[in-house]
Each structure stands twice: as C-alpha cells, then as structure tokens.
Write a protein that binds this ligand. Structure first.
Ligand SMILES: [Zn+2]
Length: 213
C-alpha cells in the first residue's frame, strides 16, 4: 500500500435530488463515466463516495493514487459527498448534505485514521479557489463537541425553567395572604417577571432548539 497521510473531502456538486431514484452504484457509475469519458482519466477520481442516505461506495482502489486535488493526490485519499450543488466554501455542512452523510463521513474518516497514518483531514477548498466540498472541513470536524454542548444547553434551559417556576410559586404563595388590590399587584408583577425571564432565556432556547453552540 502507498503511504497515506491525509484525507481530502469533496462533493460531486450535483443537486440534492440528483438521480434520487437510482441506486448508489448507478450514481457512482455515472460519475466514473464523467471522469473517464469526459475528462479522459483512467478511472473515477475519488476513492470513496457517500450517497445522500449515508451509503458508502468505493471508487478508485485505495492502493492507486487518486485524481481529486491538483498537486495533492499523492499520499491522500479522496472522499466525495453526493450533493453540494450551488454551495459556497463556508456554508454549513447541513445546508447541502444530510445527517446520514455527516455520520457516514465521520465514521469513514475514523476507520481510515485507524488504518493509516493520517495526520490531516482537509477540504478541496483549502487547496484551490473552489467551493468544494461546500463547507469548511476543519470547522466541521471541530464540531464533534456539538452533542455535548447541546446537553449543556438543555441543562441551562432546564435551570431557566426551574427559576421561572420558582418565581410563579413564590408569587402564588404571597397572593394567598394579601387583600384583593395587593393580589392584583402581585399577580401582575409575577406575569411581568415571568415574561422578562422568558425574554432573557429565549436566545438560549432558540440556540438549544437549533442545536447550535
Ligand atoms: Zn473537489
């Protein structure tokens, strides 16, 4: 096996629904046809392709140098995600690709890292003035902590909800021991305090719901 130290991620730049009714093998055959017939290469340029449903297909054999990143084909593995049409280099992964592709790409990278001495995972756009693969690969890789931070966010929101409940309970308790006018004043204060509390935590709730750090 040739020495491999890096994975470079690409996209096929096809529309999200391109050949949606066809199996992954047919899509790979079509990309191979573009590369072999249209570009005159000896085989498909990528080593792996990941379909919209997370199916991982093999392209050019790993033992052979690929044709995916000019000047960076030696020592690298090229992985391409189906989709990415109309993307820009700093778009978010999920704007153009599916959660299944996210999981499959992470798993494939982890597997290849355990097999080869891979020290770097990058995107085509780091080596060429191209959008490909349509997101920032290092930033996407750093997002491994996203799941953990979602849990932390949800705890913050829970704490916020508990605070709101405490405010309401305190208000209700105070209400019972007061006369009519005082009751109205306290009830109004509680509603205002509650609304203010929701206002304060609303950004947290929104971010938590979107799963963003
Ligand atoms: Zn590319």
């Amino acid at each position: 096996m040739r020495p491999i130290t890096e994975i470079i991620v690409h996209c096929t730049a096809t529309r999200a629904d391109w050949w949606a009714s066809k199996p992954t093998s047919a899509k790979v055959a079509e990309i191979r046809r573009w590369h072999v017939q249209d570009r005159g290469w000896r085989d498909i340029g990528y080593h792996y392709l990941i379909d919209r449903d997370g199916t991982v297909a093999t392209g050019r054999p790993l033992a052979q140098v690929g044709a995916h990143t000019q000047g960076h084909n030696t020592g690298t593995i090229g992985i391409s995600l189906f989709g990415g049409h109309g993307s820009s280099e700093n778009d978010a992964f999920e704007e153009h690709f599916t959660p299944e592709q996210d999981a499959a790409l992470r798993k494939l990278i982890a597997g290849l890292k355990s097999e080869f001495g891979i020290t770097k995972v990058s995107g085509h756009n780091q080596y060429a003035a191209k959008a490909c693969p349509g997101f920032n690969v290092p930033r996407w890789l750093e997002r491994k902590t996203a799941a953990r931070s979602t849990v932390a966010q949800s705890k913050t929101v829970q704490a916020g909800a508990a605070g709101l409940l405490a405010t309401v309970t305190t208000g209700a308790t105070a209400l019972g021991s007061l006369d009519r006018t005082a009751q109205i004043i306290v009830a109004t204060a509680v509603v205002i305090a509650g609304a203010a509390f929701l206002w304060v935590i609303r950004d947290r709730v929104k971010k938590w719901a979107a799963g963003v750090k």
